[in-house]
Design a protein around this ligand. Structure first.
Ligand SMILES: Cc1cc2nc3c(=O)[nH]c(=O)nc-3n(C[C@H](O)[C@H](O)[C@H](O)COP(=O)(O)OP(=O)(O)OC[C@H]3O[C@@H](n4cnc5c(N)ncnc54)[C@H](O)[C@@H]3O)c2cc1C
Length: 436
């Protein structure tokens, strides 16, 4: 027999403590995900409490959305149902840090800033620099597979997550990964959980691979009067023996937003290694860029935090293309979007084939779906690329599926996994690809 709402509230309060359960309608409205308010917001203080909240939610058939820092809750389709926000911000322990092994195990609510402060004491870092910055939680960054410009050298969370302790939809606590004690499923859990948008399990602890902070670094902005010339420099750098750490593409709109001098397109490059190599790689980069007609300026390290500001907009689209095609797609996006009187800022990861477009201006849902998203998506798909709407007002999200079509064979595998991990549809129902 289903338990009444007040009795359920009492039961959640008994698990997390009354002061860690939010039931006030105004506060719940403020915590809404894509306009859908939860019925409860619970802030568990331990792994055991997370398990008990999930177990109760599962038995009662409630829908749960895990929340880290709350910065990326608009990623994905609007929730099909939402009852409980499971806020992990109290889980901020650095549980084990072994500098000699360059491995740390942390709780999911630890922010990137907090972790960075711990690791820098030993000259180490977690090499994830997602847009949105250091206030983002480790759990949220992993669940969205968020990465930034350092992805070029260090990869994404998929490469850096060695093991994870997670709570399954029914409340079962499971370990998966390199420190496996017991893996009930036999899957590569860290790879599955990274980017699954909280639809397969609640990440509560992450064992992370760390990297040393390099002794010296240098960053430069190479500005061009043509997109083609910027593309030629990106191709030349990638074909060279240079080992950049970051390789960012910016268009005129993004340059303006980050406070850099105006140009048609620019490439920002950083090198991090020993001091002599930074100097020699910087000189080589400078001469390659000058031959292509670049204007060169030195950048401070703060630029790499500011670069995300180029994407500050309520509408952000992410394109994935073959690396060498990124300059072409930058032009296509500008052409298609500006045709409708909208402005666009582009920030790309030129060494990974990722391009993000922040769109400003007003557009009807129909125009958005038919004349912007569909043609770009189809043209990208024809050469193996993809387009995901990472952020957009609800009316635009409803007009065009944020994920885009997924091959039926891939969707069948995802459905099977979802059924195995979350047969009752407790975790983030409706948010992922194909309505999973
Ligand atoms: C032809 C081609 C060649 C490429 N070659 C290279 C290369 O040599 N080297 C290189 O670094 N990159 C290359 N890229 C780019 C590479 O494909 C992107 O890095 C990749 O698309 C990023 O996907 P991701 O899953 O790693 O992470 P993210 O794109 O960051 O995805 C975040 C999470 O969201 C979910 N997600 C995102 N999009 C979708 C979607 N459409 N459907 C379902 N779920 C989604 C996933 O679960 C994912 O984990 C190439 C791309 C193409 C098209």
């Amino acid at each position: 027999m289903a338990v009444s709402a007040p009795a359920l509230g009492d039961a959640f309060a008994a698990i997390v403590g009354g002061e860690h359960l939010t039931t006030a309608p105004s506060q719940l409205a403020a915590a809404a995900v894509e306009g859908v308010p939860p019925r409860w917001l619970a802030r568990p203080g331990s792994l055991d409490e997370v398990g008990r909240v999930m177990s109760l939610a599962s038995v009662e058939g409630l829908a749960v959305a895990p929340r880290g820092s709350g910065s990326a809750l608009d990623l994905g389709a609007p929730p099909a149902r939402l009852d409980v926000i499971l806020d992990l911000s109290r889980l901020t322990g650095v549980l084990e840090y072994v500098p000699a092994d360059m491995v740390a195990t942390v709780q999911a609510g630890v922010t990137l800033d907090l972790l960075a402060r711990e690791l820098c004491k030993h000259g180490q870092m977690l090499a994830l620099d997602p847009y949105g910055g250091g206030s983002r939680s480790v759990g949220g960054v992993l669940a969205t597979n968020a990465s930034g410009q350092r992805r070029f050298r260090y990869g994404t969370g998929r490469d850096l997550l060695l093991g994870a302790r997670f709570v399954q939809a029914d409340g079962t606590v499971t370990w998966g990964g390199s420190k496996v004690v017991k893996s009930v499923t036999g899957y590569d859990i860290p790879k599955l959980l990274t980017g699954s948008l909280g639809t397969l399990g609640v990440i509560v602890e992450a064992t992370l691979r760390l990297h040393p902070v390099q002794p010296a670094s240098g960053s430069w902005l190479f500005s061009f009067t043509s997109r083609e010339a910027a593309g030629s420099l990106a191709a030349a750098v990638l074909a060279s023996s240079l080992e950049p750490e970051r390789l960012a593409w910016l268009n005129a709109g993004a340059l303006e937003r980050v406070g850099s001098e105006r140009a048609e397109a620019a490439l920002a490059v950083s090198v991090a290694t020993v001091a002599e190599a930074v100097t020699s790689q910087g000189a080589l980069l400078g001469s390659m860029a000058s031959r292509l007609g670049a204007r060169v300026s030195a950048l401070d390290e703060g630029f790499w935090t500011r670069v995300g500001g180029g994407l500050a907009s309520s509408t952000v689209v992410k394109l994935a293309s073959e690396i060498r095609r990124l300059p072409f797609w930058a032009g296509e996006v500008e052409r298609v979007i500006s045709r409708h009187g909208l402005t666009v800022s582009l920030v790309g990861e030129a060494g990974n084939g990722i391009l993000r477009a922040a769109v400003e201006g007003s557009v009807s849902p129909d125009t958005w779906a038919r004349e912007i998203v569909a043609p770009l998506r189809e043209a990208l798909a024809a050469e193996g690329g993809s387009l995901v709407v990472e952020r957009a007002p609800l009316d635009l999200k409803r007009a065009a599926d944020v994920w885009g079509p997924v091959p039926e064979t891939a969707l069948a595998v995802m459905r099977r996994l979802k059924t195995e991990f979350d047969p009752r549809g407790v975790l983030n129902p409706g948010r992922f690809v194909g309505g999973l």
